[in-house]
Ligand binder design. Structure first.
Ligand SMILES: Nc1ncnc2c1ncn2[C@@H]1O[C@H](COP(=O)(O)OP(=O)(O)OP(=O)(O)O)[C@@H](O)[C@H]1O
Ligand SMILES: O=C(O)c1ccc[n+]([C@@H]2O[C@H](COP(=O)([O-])O)[C@@H](O)[C@H]2O)c1
Length: 192
């Protein structure tokens, strides 16, 4: 059975946190499938096309990039739709693990047709500094039929918001920063 990690991200912009997660997943799964997507709960500051291109650049910098597949056509606001598309590509024999940071643990039970989604994927929760994983939230996931594991990696305390709000270049890589500068994305003073 092929073990496939599924990782969707707003990538607005992709950070060293995303790279860290992808790199760890590449060492633990047969294949890591990633896509940039719109999030129904968020506004995005750049187009999906640019976010996908930045994600491509961020992936290219990771060791074992051949294990990480950027699959833009999987992108959908609803993860269930993404997973259905993935099922069509990789078939019933694939075992899907949906990867989320611990900041989404409380929210995920409110996602579109979550009980059906939980019949299709296992969950891997990546601890995120500042977002503890509570027993109550894990119980809510179990109640909806979710099966979860908690990953053993330490991701730096970075977020896309740090870049959008403060222009904090520490959280992204030079390749992504060059793309942002070239395309005049984000309204940070660092672009001028
Ligand atoms: N530093 C991090 N540690 C752990 N998980 C993370 C980290 N950054 C992102 N993630 C997880 O990666 C996925 C994609 O995150 P997303 O693209 O929204 O990044 P973000 O930094 O949270 O963005 P924003 O600041 O815009 O909310 C989510 O499941 C999120 O929980
Ligand atoms: O399926 C849903 O209802 C749903 C609700 C909110 C977020 N998502 C997905 O969750 C993934 C992570 O979102 P984000 O913004 O934290 O990167 C991304 O692929 C979103 O499309 C999915």
């Amino acid at each position: 059975m092929t073990k496939i990690a599924l990782f969707g991200t707003s990538a607005d912009p992709p950070t060293s946190g995303h790279q860290n997660i992808l790199s760890w997943l590449a060492q633990h799964y047969d294949l890591v499938v990633v896509w940039a997507s719109d999030n129904p709960f968020k506004e995005h500051q750049t187009s999906l096309k640019h976010r996908t291109e930045m994600l491509r650049l961020a992936i290219a910098e990771i060791a074992q990039p051949n294990k990480i597949l950027l699959q833009a056509e999987l992108s959908d606001r609803k993860t269930l739709i993404t997973v259905k598309k993935a099922r069509k590509i990789w078939g019933e024999e694939a075992e899907f693990t949906l990867v989320i940071g611990s900041d989404l643990v409380k929210q995920i039970v409110t996602w579109y047709r979550i009980e059906e989604l939980f019949t299709q994927v296992q969950l891997l929760i990546v601890p995120r500094p500042g977002y503890s994983i509570t027993k109550t939230d894990l119980e809510a996931i179990s109640k909806k039929g979710g099966k979860y594991a908690i990953a053993t990696l330490n991701v730096p305390q970075v977020s896309s918001t740090d870049y959008r709000r403060e222009g904090d270049q520490q959280v992204i890589t030079p390749a992504v920063q060059n793309y942002i500068t070239q395309k005049h994305l984000y309204n940070t003073v660092t672009n001028y």
